[in-house]
Design a protein around this ligand. Structure first.
Ligand SMILES: [Zn+2]
Length: 222
């Protein structure tokens, strides 16, 4: 705790002054363009890795960057996402998994979670991830299986995200784009899911205009 108090003093006496104009402007309101959904893991810093400032990212974090699908009850995730889309009008949603994710280890081995019933229950929102891995990647070594689980889970959670009414409507209206990312914190690399290629590619190589949307249907007779 001493480290935090010392850091707080440094922030107030040095850093705040150099950003005073920004903080005063933010006092009038926020208008972030991106909702960033990621894991609670202490090794991830969304603002640091994207070189963004206070006010740029609306951030939702939990164990495993999980998004309970619509109908799961009154979850904080659904409320946070609905607020970001409806009240703030974010244009992009990023779902970002990460290397060495402890939550994904738990998803692959729920038998190790008996002493943490709340965690076990929460991770059931990633049951599809475990089944996808077990039925399609059983031949892989444990480390590779974990890396696949981290990627597949991002795609599973994006499917859940699309079930939320505000997100579904925003996608059809063309006001919203969804991006699946994985972050390798040991190297600083970020990979983005490419719909065209069907795999995660270095984020700098991906065409963001082809991010996941859902075009409005053309009117047709039934
Ligand atoms: Zn994690």
């Amino acid at each position: 705790m001493l480290k935090l108090i010392t850091g707080l003093r440094h922030f107030q006496s040095h850093l705040f002054e150099s950003h005073r104009a920004l903080f005063e402007r933010l006092g009038e309101g926020q208008s972030p363009e991106v909702l960033f959904i990621t894991c609670s893991d202490s090794r991830i810093n969304p603002n640091l890795m994207t070189n963004t400032a206070p006010g740029d990212l609306f951030i939702l974090r939990n164990a495993g960057n999980i998004i309970p699908p619509h109908g799961s009850g009154n979850t904080g995730e659904a409320a946070t996402i609905e607020f970001a889309v409806t009240a703030l009008g974010v244009k992009d949603i990023i779902v970002c998994g990460h290397s060495a994710c402890g939550a994904m280890k738990g998803v692959l081995h729920p038998e190790n979670l008996d002493s943490m019933p709340a965690v076990k229950s929460w991770l059931s929102f990633a049951d599809a991830t475990r089944r996808i891995v077990n039925e399609n990647y059983a031949h892989l070594e444990e480390e590779d299986k974990l890396n696949v689980a981290i990627q597949e889970n991002v795609l599973v959670q994006i499917e859940n995200l699309r079930t939320l009414p505000s997100v579904a409507a925003g996608l059809v209206a063309g006001k919203l784009r969804i991006h699946g990312w994985t972050y390798k914190f040991q190297t600083g690399e970020v990979f983005c899911y490419s719909q065209e290629e069907g795999q995660f590619l270095p984020a700098v190589d991906v065409d963001y205009d082809k991010a996941q949307t859902r075009p409005k249907m053309a009117a047709s007779a039934i």
